[in-house]
Write a protein that binds this ligand. Structure first.
Ligand code: NDP
Length: 449
């Protein structure tokens, strides 16, 4: 049940954004937590502050024409939702995936506002993308698409305006093509306009690893509060992309064993020795751009590949959904709880359905929501912006230390807020409240914006 002051706000969001279910879901989850805030501080319900936060400052939709390898003209749709700049320039990734709609980008942009606020860094919230499907496309096609996408997007960006990064389907290669086009168009080597760049052209150490590493730090900190640790724990990591791979790496470094990972075709269980063979997975995913099925075939005996199956059926102590939104539902959550899961950390954005989140919270499972647990990526992007601004380049150790400190800070802020607002151990409430208060305070200070 929503607070009665929040009901009409949510009804208005539904009415004004028809058919955008993922956006509705993301808003609903935050509003569910804000009842506790306005009960304590009724002034936050004044001046349409919450209504303003739910309305993007700017939504840009554009045509992206490009020519494929057969010389045919292709058309995609590009999006950039500049959601909230109260704390700093818009900041958030770009997603290339055939399922991308305006509502997808709005849900991601909305989450990003609070996530960025939680990092304590001066970054606003935004997100972008396209319904372009990079799968099966040649490098030349991907480059031409990225150049056309940036040709339109460039006019809306700038190191003090809007600073995109990667997301699903957008890694260092795509950031490179976009940065190259931006540079040609502006005749400026404006490193701070994009993050996730390569090391020799303005990138930061640890940015590639940051989201996965950060999510594992978050889970580890939750476990430590219960006098537990990752040592010896069996872990499931869905996905096999950027976030999944570096989640697997850090779990292993901290003594855990990742026994399964997946992609949209199926999952692989590798419960032998140290679990998933990270070097082999990196070779297949990062170099060959292959599939999890290829990993299973290359690894051979001892592994099981389950096409189309649900990874959450595999018994484990910890689950780290790191692929995409709504990939873990209520039934999956019940299966995980039945199998004795003790902690869940969302590496992806909104991977657990609201039903699943309820199951975990009711069962007393430690649950780290995405906007807190996966904030390490954007936090390290902000560190990349700092290095770009000062024309500096930090060591891996120093950067990783900053990341660890930031993640521990996010964890502790969420835990303290949850306690202060009467829901100890509820990191969902803690994250939403801590993020909201920071953004709301800044917005109030800036007048009616
Ligand atoms: P990648 O493109 O590197 O990897 C995505 C992985 O998830 C792939 O294995 C992909 O499988 C799988 N996947 C994607 N869509 C689906 C789907 N509809 N169903 C099943 N599996 C799917 O992306 P990232 O690792 O960068 O991003 C993963 C998640 O983490 C996203 O939710 C993203 O928003 C979030 N995130 C990423 C950050 C970053 O720094 N990169 C920062 C914070 C959050 P397949 O190859 O079969 O499509």
């Amino acid at each position: 049940m929503l607070d009665e002051k929040l009901e009409p706000i949510y009804a208005d969001v539904l009415r004004r954004n028809p058919g955008e279910e993922e956006f509705h879901q993301a808003v609903r989850e935050v509003l569910d937590s804000l009842g506790a805030v306005i009960a304590k501080h009724p002034d936050y319900a004044e001046d349409a502050l919450i209504e303003r936060i739910c309305e993007p400052e700017r939504q840009i939709i554009f045509r992206v024409p490009w020519i494929d390898d057969k010389g045919r003209v292709q058309i995609n749709r590009g999006f950039r939702v500049q959601f909230n700049s109260a704390l700093g320039p818009y900041k958030g990734g770009i997603r290339f995936h055939p399922t991308v709609l305006l509502g997808t980008i709005k849900f991601l942009g909305f989450e990003q506002i609070f996530k960025n606020a939680l990092t304590g860094m001066p970054i606003g919230g935004g997100k972008g993308g396209s319904d372009f499907d990079p799968k099966g496309r040649s490098e030349g096609e991907i480059m031409r698409f990225c150049q056309s996408f940036m040709t339109e997007l460039a006019r809306h960006l700038g190191e003090y305006t809007d600073v995109p990064a990667g997301d699903i389907g957008v890694g260092q290669r795509e950031i490179g093509f976009m940065f190259g086009q931006y540079k040609r168009m502006t005749n400026r080597y404006e490193s701070g306009v994009l993050t996730g760049k390569g090391l020799i052209w303005g990138g930061s150490r640890v940015r590639t690893e940051a989201t996965g590493y950060g999510a594992v730090y978050f889970v580890d900190r939750m476990l430590k509060r219960r006098n537990q640790g990752l040592e010896g724990k069996k872990v499931l990591v869905s996905g096999a992309g950027n976030v999944a791979i570096y989640t697997i790496e850090k779990v292993r470094q901290l003594g855990g064993r990742v026994i399964a990972c997946s992609d949209s075709d199926g999952y692989v269980v590798d419960d032998t020795g140290a679990g998933i063979d990270l070097e082999l997975l990196k070779e297949i995913k990062e170099k060959q751009r292959g599939r999890v099925a290829d990993y299973a075939a290359a690894r051979g005996a001892g592994t099981t590949y389950v096409p189309g199956g649900r990874i959450w059926e595999v018994p484990a102590d910890i689950a780290m959904p790191s692929a995409t939104q709504n990939e873990l539902n209520g039934q999956d959550a019940r299966t995980l709880v039945k199998n004795g899961v003790v902690a869940v950390g969302e590496g992806a954005n909104m991977p657990c359905t609201p039903d699943a989140v309820r199951v975990f919270l009711d069962a007393g499972v430690l649950f780290g929501p995405g906007k807190a647990a996966n904030a390490g990526g954007v936090a390290t992007s902000a560190l990349e912006m700092q290095q770009n601004a000062s024309r500096d380049s930090w060591t891996f150790e120093a950067t990783e230390q900053r990341l660890a400190t930031i993640m521990n800070g996010i964890h502790d802020r969420c835990a303290e807020m949850a306690e202060e607002y009467g829901a100890p151990g509820n990191y969902v409430l803690g994250a939403n409240v801590a993020g909201f208060i920071r953004v709301a305070e800044a917005m109030r200070a800036l007048g009616v914006v």
